[in-house]
Design a protein. Structure first.
Length: 163
């Protein structure tokens, strides 16, 4: 159903001696960033939507962002569903925290970007197509862009840890 992506940085040791590392600050920054980043690639199957919700909810709880889980999970559901309906291949969900913001992105293999104005993308009587309207209304900001694999649709919410 999914596979977790992670980046591992290899380091060398020279005879156990503690040598100064000019990149130590970079390594610490990478570790800190990795502690606040999670990414999963899902299969091209409708069960991926519930899998994305479950993993996102668990990750938000791990980061102490329980209060954001309802809105975040709703918006992730909409964007993963869109990726499954309008793209090919399994979508990738990435969550990260940076500068006090929770950043969520869904990458898929279709390079076609969603409409810039979701409020005007569907007629009033349409039964589908409201997902981007929800993203527009409930997120702090959102957008899309092309990636080497296709496109990324993202949104941000304030990251307010639960006390």
């Amino acid at each position: 159903m999914l596979k977790e992506r992670s980046r591992v940085r290899a380091t060398d040791e020279f005879g156990g001696a503690a040598l100064p590392d000019p990149e130590a600050d970079d390594v610490d920054a990478e570790r800190e960033a990795a502690a606040h980043r999670a990414s999963w690639t899902f299969s091209c199957d409708t069960s991926s939507v519930s899998g994305a919700r479950h993993l996102a909810c668990a990750q938000l709880a791990n980061w102490g962002l329980d209060e954001q889980s309802d809105v975040t999970v709703l918006l992730i559901s909409e964007l993963v569903t869109n990726a499954l309906r309008h793209a090919w291949g399994g979508p990738t969900l990435t969550l990260s925290i940076q500068d006090g913001m929770l950043h969520c992105e869904i990458e898929d293999a279709n390079p076609a970007l969603p409409p810039a104005s979701p409020a005007h993308s569907r007629g009033e009587d349409e039964e589908t197509g409201r997902g981007l309207q929800l993203v527009d209304l409930l997120s702090g900001s959102w957008g899309s862009g092309r990636s080497p694999a296709g496109k990324i649709v993202w949104f941000e919410l304030p990251a307010r840890p639960t006390s």
